[in-house]
Design a binder for this molecule. Sequence first.
Ligand SMILES: [Zn+2]
Length: 444
Amino acid sequence: MENQSAPASPAQKEIPFRSLHEDQWAQVPRGIPDLWLSVGAWVPLGTLLFYLIRFAPQPLVFGSWAPVLLTYSFFIGVIVLLGGAGRHAAWIGLAAAIWFDALLEPTGTEQQVLQAAMGYFGLLAIAGLIGQLRFAALLNSWRRQAQERVKVPVEALQPLRYTQLLPSWMWGLTSAIVAWPLLKAGWQFFTGADMDFAAIDAELYYELGVGLGVTALVQLVGLFKWLESRSVPLMALEIPVAPAVGPLGFIGLGNALPAAQLQPVQCSCAAAEANSKAEDFKYPGWILASEQCAVHGIRAVNQLAPEQFLKIAREPWAYGANAAALQSAATGRMVIAGLYGWGAKPVRLGVRGFFSGGLQTGAQLLPATAREPLRRADRSIRWVDPQGNALLPEAADAGSDRVIDRLNLASVGLRGHAVRVAGQRVRFEDSVARVPAARDAARS
Ligand SMILES: [Zn+2]
């Protein structure tokens, strides 16, 4: 499939492209859900620790380790690992059990308990690894069957870099537990300690030691993820958007507009207070729709003639926070890059689909982290605003809501009705949850 055409310009990268049919996308092998891998490692590890401290014949005595375990950096470190290790938690459990075994040189029941723990964590870790390898093998076979190559702007691949593999809060907390004792020690060095390292509180050295230890573990988790991500070289995949089929969930950006599409002459959304920090939004390039805007505001949408409203009825911004009720059974396709297995967070590419016949899903739909949910069929789109907050629909009040009209959306391909209510954002009503028309007719 190598293409010998002109080399890609510096800002572009040429990667293989593969389009998948729905049944191919459905072939992604089922894996152990993230939650099971995590809870299945942390709960037994906690139980094992409790047993070793309280009930074992040769109890785990912390001795000189006690000051380390009482530092706040240790607690923060535990939180970071609990939240960040994700699917790799079983490896930490295995390492801990091996470490306890070496530390205690146990005999009898205690030895059996530790051996059982090592066996359990080992099996869980290997089961997780096999799931990942099967997924990676399928992705690699798709890559070998690539239909062509496409040019992708390097900028679009930015979120796939190493620093983005771990959540930003993990970076923040680990840097904090290294920087804080360093700052305190530095302050003491120049003030109370008279520039003598020995005179600095021993506690600060412990804190710093724990901070560096946690940083090392976090980097190890990052390295694991990086190796996984390298096991599947970059490719562009055109996938069907069907939450119930493949490994990907989808994020719907609601209450939002793409900043590039705004016409500042009539639209005041960008100038609204809520968008003063739009560059720091979790989804940059999007801004919050303003309730007062002359184009996107509540009044503006409610005053549209029904046929004009139907033209924007598929745009989530028209529904404000009520977009959360929009149907998740999306059709169409999107092109992604950076899917390497469970836990991968691919990016959406602006590449034109190959087989989609123009049926690209709206730009407001983005890929979420690849994970095996407990029940694929129940998965729906997670609607958030550009800041990453979940959308909270307005509660309907049958008593005081003044319904303007109720428009059937069948003509724009949605099975349901748009209900326009005075002073509120439009509500989307699924056809199944339809309120009898007679009641509204009496009111409007
Ligand atoms: Zn606007």
